[in-house]
Write a protein of this length. Sequence first.
Length: 98
Amino acid sequence: MTIQVIESLITSDQTEHRARSVGQGRWVASWLPCRTLTTEQAVAAIQLTEAVDTLTALARCLGLPPCEAIGKAMLDFRSVNGRTVPVPESQAQVRGIR
């Protein structure tokens, strides 16, 4: 994954999405056309599209729609002191995850 910030354009070799400069250090990502972003946010927006492409491919390998695969994976984790840890088996069973 290579993200390049070249003058007024942020690109990636992994996705067709782009972010373009709108001046004064602000950017607009191709998939978030109604928001202006900082440079850091614009890079994150392009990184997210790279991750979505990867997650979509992995979900297809499982025979699941991407949203379902990601949702199920997210339900099996919770945050503890700012860290993500697996949900205990007993709680996962109560939720019907397993």
